[in-house]
Design a protein around this ligand. Structure first.
Ligand code: ADP
Ligand code: MG
Length: 616
């Protein structure tokens, strides 16, 4: 047979990559703004026409590029920001993939003007659909200006998929807010269709928030400040009485990068519990600084998600920090807010009467069947509990409290020792050969040596396959709730849930009603604990936006991935030996065992040979 494999031409590869990087005009805005920030600009100007469909231009006064760099910047995997894979663990730039400009140039008309400050003349480069039209020498101010015109001009399907100018413009504004809030030291201008929408001078975090959201914002803000070994938190939360029906003003920045995290969002909701009605959302602007080696930004192509080494501890710290700030705010004498009944009797208690017994019955429960369960974790270990987030916090707090100031080092070594000892006992009794390393990996022996399994990824794979199977063979199992759960969402979010409704039902969700802004859940898939329904739905709604194709398979796939990701045991969770073994067995019962649903390796093997080599 003749050879049939060939390498894709660059412009085709770039177009494919563009599908990941550029979903809509707002993605271009994000990439260009981030490049300007990375270039050390002190002033950045954003100019947009027709919701970004006609023009997106970003002008900065940063480092600029030499003629050669200007040309290279449009090559795929061309970046000045990392040199080796190790650099990924000490990132302090926004970009690092070297894909954005190449992707954008593959699907639009691009004009770049750029000049480094110590050159007299600059470069003008014009590229259309990856083809360089010309590159010439020009007189241009120091810095870089990139204009992106006619986005998706050569992919009509994508262009037609774009929403109205108004909707696209709203997405652009969201991106602009995120970058502007993350970098108050930089001056920003934002023009849309010839009118200036924002002129934000260089200032403090607080003033930047006020400039972006209006002068009334100032009185709403309560400062937040906490410094621990694991994380430093600064920023502001909105006072409880300003909580809103929509989630507009919720911002997490980690090392100056905007991220989405339904899990950490939940920590904040937990801190506000009893202070706000259950159907409103508190506003927050939180800036977290963590050691860059403790996060993995690579998890998502558009980088709004990151993976923390220890989300559990972060959850507890965040919740208690916010509680503390709220407490201080109540004590502050100059703030006389109206006496509100709701604050006298916390909401959660007002409604306690109706839901008092609070027991759910699982008709499928079989005490002799050993599920993979976090409820097996030893006493005092940070575990999620079906009884609710309250318990998670209590468990963590006492642990953390004992150890003074969240000392993660002690925390780690203690649990390792614990695991090794209990593992040794186990081994004598049952021949089990797994143990947990740094609350992150399950180590297990095989004939030829050992496997080191990433617990989070392994569990993602197990759950992903379970959910996917459940949807494809439509063998719905559901666990009836004794008391329906009522959750509040914005109208937009409800629409998204409605589109997923059928697949969610196949999974075992039972909805009493889905109304204007409320969803009543009366039954759940057995694998989804009641306490995590809110997070699961939040995460599904957040991921929905990213999913371009709406065909049934990709929807089932997306749902399974998202729910799997949300419910999987996290890095930082202690698993007792029985759960470790169950996880390993479940993993190796999967169809695919090597890669997580997000295509990350699940385990590595160390053979005896590999080990022997180390002893030479
Ligand atoms: P990344 O940001 O991941 O490195 P990009 O494709 O966004 O990849 O950019 C490629 C390279 O082009 C960057 O690494 C940087 O060296 C250069 N570059 C892009 N935009 C600018 C800018 N506004 N000012 C200076 N250099 C830039
Ligand atoms: Mg970039």
């Amino acid at each position: 047979m003749a050879d049939i494999i060939q390498l894709l031409p660059d412009h085709v590869a770039n177009q494919i990559a563009a599908g990941e990087v550029v979903q809509r005009p707002a993605s271009v805005v994000k990439e260009l703004l981030e490049n300007a920030v990375d270039a050390g600009a002190s002033t950045i100007k954003l100019i947009v026409k027709d919701g970004g469909k006609t023009l997106i231009q970003v002008v900065d006064d940063g480092t600029g590029m030499s003629p050669t760099d200007a040309r290279l910047s449009f090559e795929r995997h061309a970046t000045s920001k990392i040199k080796s894979a190790e650099d990924l663990f000490k990132l302090n730039t926004k970009g690092f993939r070297g894909e954005a400009l190449a992707s954008i140039a593959a699907i639009a008309h691009v004009d770049m003007l750029t000049r480094p400050s110590d050159d007299d003349l600059g470069t003008h480069l014009k590229i259309e659909g990856s083809h360089v039209v010309f590159q010439e020498v020009v007189v241009t101010p120091k810095g870089t200006s990139i204009a992106v015109k006619n986005l998706f001009y050569n992919i009509p399907a994508r262009r037609n998929f774009l929403k109205s100018n108004k909707v696209e413009f709203r997405h652009i504004t969201d991106e602009f807010h995120r970058v502007a809030l993350a970098h108050p030291g930089i001056t920003f201008h934002f023009h849309h269709n010839e009118s200036e929408l924002f002129h934000l001078p260089s200032t403090s975090h607080k003033k930047r928030i006020v400039h972006v959201f209006g002068s009334k914002t100032s009185e709403k803000l309560v400062p937040v400040q906490e410094q621990t070994k694991v994380v430093s938190i600064t920023g502001f939360i909105n006072k409880p009485e300003f909580a809103k029906k929509s989630r507009g003003e919720q911002f997490f920045f980690v090392n100056n990068r905007f991220i989405k995290s339904p899990y950490l969002n939940h920590a904040i909701l937990a801190a506000f519990e009893g202070l706000i009605k259950p159907d409103v959302h508190p506003g927050y602007f939180l800036y977290l600084q963590v050691d860059p080696t403790s996060i993995d930004i690579n998890i998502h192509p558009t980088k709004t998600e990151i993976k923390f080494d220890d989300e559990h501890t972060l959850y507890a710290i965040l919740r208690s920090t916010i509680k503390h700030s709220l407490g201080q705010f109540h004590l502050a004498p100059m703030l006389d807010f109206e006496k509100d009944q709701n604050l006298e009797t916390p909401y959660s208690y007002q409604h306690k009467g109706a839901t008092h017994p609070g027991i759910t019955i699982n008709p499928g429960f079989n005490p002799f069947k050993e599920p993979l369960s976090r409820h097996h974790a030893g006493p005092g270990s940070p575990q999620r509990s079906a009884k609710g987030w309250e318990n998670l916090y209590v468990g963590l707090e006492s642990k953390v409290g004992q150890e003074d100031a969240f000392s993660s080092v002690q925390f780690e070594s203690e649990s390792i020792t614990g695991s090794i000892f209990s593992d040794l006992d186990e081994r004598e009794e049952h021949g089990a050969t797994t143990f947990q390393l740094r609350r992150k990996y399950i180590v297990t022996t095989i004939k030829s040596g050992m496997l080191i399994i990433d617990q989070n990824r392994a569990h993602q794979r197990v759950l992903y396959e379970k959910f996917l199977r459940c949807m494809t063979v439509k063998e719905t199992l559901s666990q009836q709730l004794l008391f329906p759960l009522v959750l509040s969402f914005s109208k937009g979010d409800i629409k998204i849930v409605q589109q997923m409704e059928e697949n969610l039902r196949t999974l075992g969700f039972v909805f009493g009603s889905i109304k204007e802004e409320q969803i009543e859940v009366t039954g759940l898939p057995p694998l989804v604990p009641e306490s995590e329904v809110g997070i699961v739905l939040d995460q599904l709604i957040a991921d929905w936006d990213l999913e371009v194709s709406a065909n049934d398979f990709s929807q089932s796939d997306m749902l399974s991935k998202t729910i799997g990701k949300t419910l999987a045991v996290k890095t930082g969770e202690v698993l007792d030996p029985a759960s470790q073994t169950a996880l390993v067995n479940d993993l190796f019962a999967c169809k695919e065992t090597m890669l997580s649903p997000f295509n990350k390796p699940i385990y590595i093997t160390l053979t005896e040979n590999d080990i022997d080599k180390k002893f030479i």
